[in-house]
Design a protein around this ligand. Structure first.
Ligand SMILES: CNc1ncnc2c1ncn2[C@@H]1O[C@H](/C=C/CNC(=O)c2cc(-c3ccc(F)cc3)cc(O)c2O)[C@@H](O)[C@H]1O
Ligand SMILES: [Mg+2]
Length: 214
């Protein structure tokens, strides 16, 4: 039945981007998803907010929940300092295979560790498998009803430290009401909403930035 949407996105990257140039990979995906077919990448508008938070945090250790095609993986990894890595978790093997190719096309394979599997199983293994003490930065962009359980799991596994920054996509659309309640009502978090638009549309969406106070 032809190519999948992620496969069509990969083809657009191979056709329109320059190997080893992350900016051109980002631009190729944004152009394709704005003009040809919508896809659930964080996109160019919310992407600028993501860039500014990553640049401000300048994380030594970073985690992404929900790789999909690797668009935000490329956005984050291109900003990391030399020697630091982004761990990204994806449980759909087909999406993971496309993401690996897009990350490699951007030339960022040495800055990214893509782990295939469900976040609920993988988060408890982060210390032992990847020598992680704690995460400076976490980008949440996977199933929206998993933001709260996975945040609690990160806390329980001792993977958040004083100052760790959580950045959550789609807190308005599709919406993550339970997560907003959690991070806004819990005194251990200092939360702030960055108003924006749903990727490639005029519909409101935004990112919630929450600093863990320990
Ligand atoms: C639960 N644990 C998990 N562990 C590892 N990977 C997981 C995962 N859950 C989901 N995933 C993966 O993350 C990705 C899922 C993302 C879910 N995102 C959305 O549903 C989403 C949806 C929209 C959206 C907005 C409006 C609309 F009309 C339709 C869709 C916009 C977004 O920006 C979104 O992020 C997939 O690649 C999936 O395989
Ligand atoms: Mg999203």
């Amino acid at each position: 039945t032809g190519l999948s949407r992620p496969q069509r996105i990969l083809k657009a990257v191979q056709k329109n981007a320059t190997k080893g140039n992350p900016e051109s990979v980002i631009a190729a995906i944004d152009h394709y998803c704005r003009h040809s077919e919508w896809a659930m990448n964080v996109g160019d508008e919310k992407g600028l907010i993501l860039d500014s938070v990553v640049t401000e945090v300048n994380p030594s250790t970073a985690l992404e929940l929900g790789t999909y095609c690797g668009y935000s993986t490329v956005r984050i990894a291109r900003l990391l300092s030399p020697g630091t890595k982004l761990i990204t978790l994806e449980f759909n093997p087909d999406y993971a295979a496309i993401a690996r190719q897009i990350i490699a096309y951007a030339g960022l394979q040495d800055k990214v560790i893509l782990v295939e599997g469900p976040s609920g199983d993988l988060i408890p293994k982060m210390k032992q498998q990847h020598g992680i003490k704690s995460f400076d930065f976490v980008f949440l962009d996977h199933w929206k009803d998993r933001y709260v359980p996975d945040t609690k799991l990160l806390e329980e596994c001792g993977l958040l430290r004083k100052g760790s920054v959580l950045l959550a996509d789609n807190v308005i659309c599709p919406g993550t009401p339970e997560y907003l309640k959690y991070v806004r009502n819990d005194p251990r978090y200092e939360s702030r909403y960055f108003k924006s638009n749903l990727e490639y549309t005029k519909v409101e969406d935004g990112l919630e930035k929450s600093v863990f106070l320990g």
